[in-house]
Design a protein around this ligand. Structure first.
Ligand code: NAD
Length: 334
């Protein structure tokens, strides 16, 4: 099938492009490069041996994007494009609402114009707000604690309304937990602009001396070692969930929602210590105050994705920390 990936040069999109190609799909990427680099395209060619068609385009530009979609006529679209930094979204809410919502509305309008009825959407565990218990199942109450999360929640609602009005429209909403790690080749991985917001790229930058010290926010949570527990998933496992979702969309089931996590929780210190032990490096850290809005534990029930998509995580924590290290090593001039 021909799959168009919005935001396909980003962290999760690039790994998904590889898995799609390895599973026989043709990939077209549209990205405005606001949080990715054009060099990723060359890395994708090196990994897959295929030239991938790429369009530099902002999805907020409806005229330009709808022409691309009309020309390409993809069978399915995977919608990764979006801004994703929680802290930045609190500082610049309008930028987040504009980018994430307008790009999605433009995408749906353009898909309708060219009769493309199959979508996979990148949602997030953030839509569960402050869950009352773990593991989290897909029917837990939804809420948002920041503008970024609210864009995900609003888009889920928009997709629900649109699907009700258009019975030919199929959408799989994937609620990602915490993707980390990188492709085995070390050619693609997580390369955020500026100071990383997420734990793993922060750890790798500290390990290579690009940042001085890691701050661990809170050690008095009600968890085995007092630090926050999250559901970390190898980005290649997450990428594969999209290929399974492509298959699912062909069953014409309307709207489907799945958590994508491993179902296992690891603490911040589990991650830091596994990283130090397996990569034989030092990661200086200090325990600081809790961050407002952070919760003690967040991990998925992955039963629904396992039963209905056939999803099973292949990689363990050691694979995640070593691949993240190898990617940073390849991209650091030592
Ligand atoms: N990484 C995570 O921890 C995580 C967790 C849950 C959900 N998500 C969601 O998954 C998606 C992909 O995340 P990622 O980690 O790969 O992020 P990323 O920033 O690496 O990739 C997003 C890509 O979208 C592009 N983009 C942004 N706005 C665009 C626009 N208006 N038009 C065209 N391109 C645009 C960026 O240039 C970037 O290449 C995002 O929607 C994100 O919110 C990510």
């Amino acid at each position: 099938m021909k799959i168009l990936l919005t935001g396909g040069l980003g962290y999760i999109g690039s790994h998904t492009a590889v898995d799609c190609i390895e599973n026989g799909h043709e990939v077209v990427i549209v990205d405005n490069l606001s949080n990715s680099k054009i060099e990723v395209l060359g890395s994708l060619k090196q990994i897959t041996g295929k030239n991938i068609k790429f369009y530099k385009c902002d999805l907020c530009d409806f005229n330009k994007f709808s022409k691309i979609l009309k020309k390409e006529k993809p069978d399915q679209v995977i919608h990764f494009a979006g801004l994703k930094a929680v802290g930045e979204s609190v500082q610049k809410p309008l930028m987040y609402y504009n980018n994430n919502l307008v790009s999605t509305l433009n995408l749906l309008k353009a898909m309708e114009l060219c009769d493309c009825n199959n979508l996979i959407f990148s949602s997030s565990a953030t839509v569960y707000g402050e869950p009352k218990s773990v593991p989290i199942t897909e029917d837990f109450p939804l809420s948002a604690t920041n503008p970024y999360g609210r864009t995900k929640l609003m888009i889920e609602e928009i997709l629900g309304d649109y699907q009700k009005a258009n019975k030919y429209f199929n959408v799989v909403i994937l609620r990602y937990f915490n993707p980390i790690g990188a492709h085995d080749s070390g050619l693609i991985g997580e390369d955020p602009n500026g100071i990383p917001n997420n734990l793993m790229p922060y750890i790798t930058k500290v390990a290579f001396g690009k940042l001085k010290q890691l701050s661990v926010f809170g050690s008095d949570y009600n968890t085995p070692d007092g630090t926050g527990v999250r559901d970390y998933i190898h980005v290649c496992d997450l990428a594969h969930a999209h290929v399974l979702a492509i298959n699912k969309n062909t069953e014409n089931k309307g709207l489907l929602i799945y958590n994508v996590g491993t179902g296992k929780g690891y603490s911040v210190l589990d991650i830091v210590n596994t990283f130090i032990k397996n990569n034989k490096v030092d990661v200086p850290y200090k325990i600081v105050e809790r961050r407002p809005g952070d919760i003690a534990e967040c991990y998925a029930s992955s039963k629904k994705a396992s039963k209905e998509l056939g999803f099973k995580a292949k990689y363990n924590l050691k694979d995640m920390v070593t691949s993240a290290y190898n990617y940073e090593k390849k991209h650091t001039n030592l």
